[in-house]
Write a protein that binds this ligand. Structure first.
Ligand code: HEC
Length: 105
């Protein structure tokens, strides 16, 4: 038992590293000009983020498009907006991924 636990943790850590390294690249054209090392989302996840964004983020104000605001602005406003829109953490992450994949850098 003891030995198994001992082996399990490093194995898990390694698995996470491998997964992180193998994350699919999104075929965004902006990648040609700007490196996007933080993008770890599939096209399907980005589409899901867009759906959540479209259905939750235009209720109280106009639906601000990702390219209407700077990265700094999004970073400062998104956490508050996720709370206002009552998104789960996972939904918030998907929306953030969608926004950052489409923002003007
Ligand atoms: C419950 C109402 C509500 C919901 C839902 C909501 N917002 Fe907001 N949003 C506000 C209010 C109020 C402000 C202006 C005051 C502030 O900045 O806190 C604002 C401001 C913003 C701004 C800043 C606009 C500017 O130029 O200053 C952005 C961008 C934004 N929201 C995006 C979003 C996104 C993305 C979502 C979905 C995750 C969202 N909002 C959901 C109420 C809401």
């Amino acid at each position: 038992m003891k030995i198994r636990k001992f082996l399990l943790l490093p194995a898990l850590a390694l698995g996470v590293l491998v997964l992180a390294n193998c994350s699919p690249k999104t075929g965004k054209s902006t990648a040609a000009t700007t490196p996007q090392p933080e993008v770890h989302y599939t096209a399907a996840q980005l589409a899901e983020g867009q759906t959540i964004f479209t259905s939750h983020c235009g209720k109280c104000h106009q639906l601000f498009q990702p390219n209407e605001k700077s990265v700094a602005k999004w970073n400062s406003v998104l956490p508050t907006m996720f709370r206002k829109a009552k998104l789960t953490e996972e939904q918030g992450n998907l929306v953030r991924a969608f926004v950052m994949a489409n923002v003007n850098k």
